[in-house]
Design a protein around this ligand. Structure first.
Ligand code: ARG
Ligand code: ZN
Length: 868
């Protein structure tokens, strides 16, 4: 049946806000689905058979979501019907009884799918992405996470082009068809929401292995990639086995199907997707070997493999009732993958990395026009809410509950949660309730973390009366206003703290966990015989900003002596930050001595892990320094940071050289060897900052001699930042060596887009016309446009060329891939933080974007909210 006049396609309407308070349970459930795919890149035919069941007391028609497909026919109980109607994209089917079989047939065009949601083609592979609302682009269905169905999937395709056919669950049967085609059938016994549906068809090779679960079941594992990429799959496979064992060990969670497959595709909107039994990954989070992947890439591969695997319980077995509950699965799963990674190497270094990432991406989000609580109240486009707040702040909030409960009770609470909600679609409230029930705690006030946005600011100061031996700690909290939330309640802030004696360096108290739950509080310590120094928010026990009146000397003291490695790192960072902020405000020379002494002491402390040293001696990022200023002057921030950097470089040159020339380990991906590479590359950066002339040669020598990507790219970044003769040569060599490896070419683009040179805007504009550049591939788009967007100096150049370039790219990208475009917009929304001239230019670009005819809902939401 073709569309007739009554079934005209929808007229695009003003985007409508979806509100959490409007949640209603589904009127119809779908216990069973059978899907039959006649796969072809140009036109794929999808026949769906839904067993639908009316929920008691509803009189509503069956409403099925759809988008972008051509409807061919609708059958009810085997009979073609004609009284269906399309309300916008929604297919309404009038049904009289309580259970029916509804069949639809649609046509979709994978080749034409540039948004990479639904079924699409990536370098000859057909694959799907359904979270959050991609399934409706494949077939008509109640595309919401609280409709859980059992899926049977049949696929047929050309056997030569698509020899491998994969779907969720277990393979049931397969066979050949006439005309060079073949078919395969898969069943997934676990009821699941549509966003976890997946299929893959392609010419893929498999790195196979198996895993025996704690109860002795054998699981067949497979990592599917192009034949040529097979040698780069061992790390991911190893990480998968470690993850499976870790989840049994730490959370008591065992895998539940007979097969677990991971497929790598080159075109992917984000990191990876936890589809039941068939994870689909961005190839950058699967492929790794020493020649093409840095240590950080290796860490990310393992972290993402773990994350997606852990979703099998936190996400799939227990899913989300609605998308406002997204952090229920994402925050918890990030917390779980952070724990996994911490257990593979240095927990302290992992914590530092995670906090740095939070400060780089979540703090600015929480302080800007797109701030939202981890459980938002409304959205226009759910894809815009896959944010650092939902993921990373969400993980911090789970971490605080774990801290409050302690390890045993937290484990009891997660056991209860998995047990109570297995096979259902749950809410954040359900999770917190389990924490209360198993933990024996009252989290009523703590729940504000789910509803209030903004990063709390905690003030802390200690006074000491030597005569009476009394020390008084005064704490205060203030939660800044965020869009739609002007008045905030005091939150529950778990602060780990400890006092040290300034004179003796001895701890004066044990570490204690203080729950700050009022606007202000006072704690009195008796018998304090020497002046105390406060170590606070140890381990980053709460995602807050600490404002203390500790002097540079006190921070330097903690930097050298605190027994909590995170606090030691933090004291050094705070000292650097205070110095840099003063430098940016005063413009001229500020006193760098305390920082230089602290860094020198850190570099020469033999008790410290080199991986920790490398993190601790790095200066805070420009963006984080800027966040501390009332009005950001990006040139002043850059200049202050360069000044401190070159002072550190020159005055500690011997120490940097010693760190650089220190004992070297042969290449291995072990915590120890990684740490030594990290420290060496940080030292190289400082040696280059001495500006003594031979920096270019030193970096080029490392670049040319490197036997691994960490050292090669480390040297390349140093060269790309500078102006040496070796810069162009190194970039050319790198390009030629890796011309046929897309993931490494991404690094070539990214390194140049991140460069701290004055002419980065021109370089990046030129690169956007390079034959290897394309906005159609999200990794490539992010490597240039995304990296440029976080380059503070380049983006915020005084003449506005940076803003213009970014807006031009976003407008083009939106036509192909709205989701990826919308993700790259936030840097333009930070106009309130800058001087009037920059603010006017940034707003003008946002207005230009909003005015584009046919703009996507995704980019519209981000740009219009950024203007408010
Ligand atoms: N659930 C996936 C993950 O975190 C990510 C899905 C992102 N979806 C989106 N529309 N941005 O593992
Ligand atoms: Zn996730």
């Amino acid at each position: 049946m073709m569309l007739d006049a009554n079934h005209a396609p929808p007229v695009p309407a003003q985007p409508q806000a979806i509100r959490r308070e409007d949640y209603r349970p589904p009127a119809w459930t779908v216990p069973e689905v059978s899907l039959d795919f006649d796969l072809d890149p140009a036109t794929t035919r999808v026949r769906a058979r839904l067993e639908v069941s009316r929920r008691e007391d509803t009189v509503e028609p069956l409403r099925l979501d759809g988008a972008g497909q051509r409807l061919v026919s609708v059958l009810v109980d085997g009979v073609a019907i004609n009284d269906w109607r399309l309300d916008g994209d929604t297919l309404e089917v009038p049904l009289t009884g309580d259970t029916h079989v509804v069949e639809t047939e649609v046509e979709i065009a994978p080749d034409a799918n540039t948004q990479l949601m639904g079924l699409y083609a990536s370098n000859g592979i057909l694959c799907t992405q359904c979270e959050a609302e991609g399934f409706r682009r494949i077939t008509y269905f109640p595309d919401r996470p609280d409709v859980l169905a059992r899926y049977r999937v049949r696929m047929s395709a050309d056997k030569a082009r698509f020899p491998v056919l994969l779907a969720n669950g277990d393979p049931i049967a397969s066979g050949d068809l006439p005309d060079g085609r073949h078919w395969a059938e898969w069943h997934d016994p676990f009821p699941k929401p549509s966003y976890l549906f997946a299929l893959v068809a392609g010419d893929l090779a498999c790195n196979r292995s198996s895993f025996t679960t704690q109860s002795g079941r054998e699981v067949e594992l497979g990592i599917w990639v192009r034949e040529a990429d097979l040698p780069r799959t061992h790390h991911a496979l190893h990480a998968l086995k470690l993850s499976m064992a870790w989840d049994e060990h730490v959370y008591g969670r065992e895998y539940d199907l007979d097969v677990f497959n991971i497929v790598a595709v080159d075109d992917f909107n984000f990191g990876a997707m936890e589809n039941k039994g068939l994870n689909i990954f961005n190839s950058r989070y699967v492929l790794a070997d020493p020649d093409t992947a840095t240590d950080m890439d290796y860490d990310h591969v393992a972290g993402v493999v773990a994350h997606e695997y852990f979703h099998n319980w936190s996400g799939n077995r227990v899913t989300c009732r609605d998308w406002f509950q997204l952090s229920l699965k994402e925050g918890f799963t990030v917390f779980r993958d952070q724990g996994f990674s911490a257990d593979q190497g240095s927990a302290a270094v992992k914590r530092i990395e995670d906090v740095r990432a939070l400060r780089a991406s979540q703090f600015p989000e929480d302080a800007g026009p797109l701030a939202h609580p981890i459980r938002p109240e409304s959205y226009l486009e759910i894809s815009n809410f896959y944010t650092a707040t939902i993921y990373n702040k969400g993980a911090e909030i789970v971490r605080m509950m774990a801290t409050i409960l302690g390890p045993q009770r937290f484990r009891a609470a997660t056991d209860l949660y998995f047990d109570r909600f297995d096979g259902t679609a749950a809410t954040c409230e359900d999770f917190v309730q389990c924490m209360e029930d198993a933990g024996g705690v009252d989290l009523t006030q703590f729940r504000l973390w789910y509803s209030q946005a903004g990063t709390p600011r905690v003030s802390a100061s200690v006074t000491h009366d030597a005569g009476s031996g009394r020390a008084t700690l005064r704490l205060g909290q203030q939660v800044p206003a965020t869009p739609g939330q002007s008045d905030k309640e005091p939150m529950v802030i778990p602060l780990k703290l400890r006092l040290f004696g300034a004179a003796t360096g001895r701890p004066l108290t044990d570490e204690q966990l203080v729950m700050l739950n009022q606007a202000s509080d006072t704690i009195v310590y008796e018998g304090v015989t020497e002046r105390p120094v406060l170590s606070i928010n140890r381990g980053f026990s709460a995602p807050v900003v600490i404002e203390s009146d500790r002097t540079p000397d006190e921070l330097a003291f903690l930097s050298g002596t605190d027994d909590d490695p995170f606090a030691r790192y933090e004291a050094t960072q705070q000292l650097m930050l205070d110095t840099l902020v003063a430098g940016a405000i005063e413009g001229g020379r500020t006193n760098h001595d305390a920082v230089i002494r602290a860094v020198s002491a850190t570099l020469s402390d033999p008790s410290l892990d080199p991986a920790f040293v490398a993190e601790a001696v790095l200066l805070p990022a420009e963006g984080f320094i800027a966040d501390q200023l009332a009005v950001v002057d990006p040139e002043a921030v850059f200049a202050a940071r360069q000044a401190l950097r070159s002072d550190l470089a020159r005055q500690l040159e011997e120490q940097w050289r010693a760190a650089y020339d220190g004992p070297r380990e042969p290449y291995a991906y072990t915590p120890r060897a990684k740490g030594s590479r990290r420290l060496r590359n940080v030292a190289l950066g400082y040696l280059a900052a001495t500006n003594t002339g031979d920096a270019g040669k030193l970096a080029f020598t490392q670049f040319a001699a490197a036997d691994n990507m960490t050292d090669r790219q480390g040297a390349l970044q140093v060269l790309a930042n500078g102006d040496s003769d070796e810069r162009v040569a190194a970039l050319d060599i790198f390009y030629n060596r890796y011309a046929d490896n897309a993931l490494v070419l991404d690094k070539w683009f990214q390194t140049q887009a991140l460069a701290t040179r004055a002419d980065t805007v021109e370089i990046v504009a030129e690169l956007s016309r390079h034959p290897d550049f394309s906005l159609a591939n999200p990794n490539r788009a992010r490597s240039l446009v995304g990296a440029f967007g976080v380059n503070q100096r380049a983006l915020n150049r005084a003449d506005g060329a940076g803003y213009r370039f970014l807006a031009d790219q976003l407008i083009q990208l939106d036509k192909l891939n709205p989701q990826t475009a919308a993700k790259l917009l936030p840097p333009l929304g930070r106009w309130r933080r800058f001087d009037a001239t920059r603010a006017v230019m940034m707003r003008a670009e946002l207005e230009r974007i909003v005015a584009v005819p046919g703009l996507s809902k995704d980019l519209f939401e981000q740009a219009s909210k950024s203007l408010e």
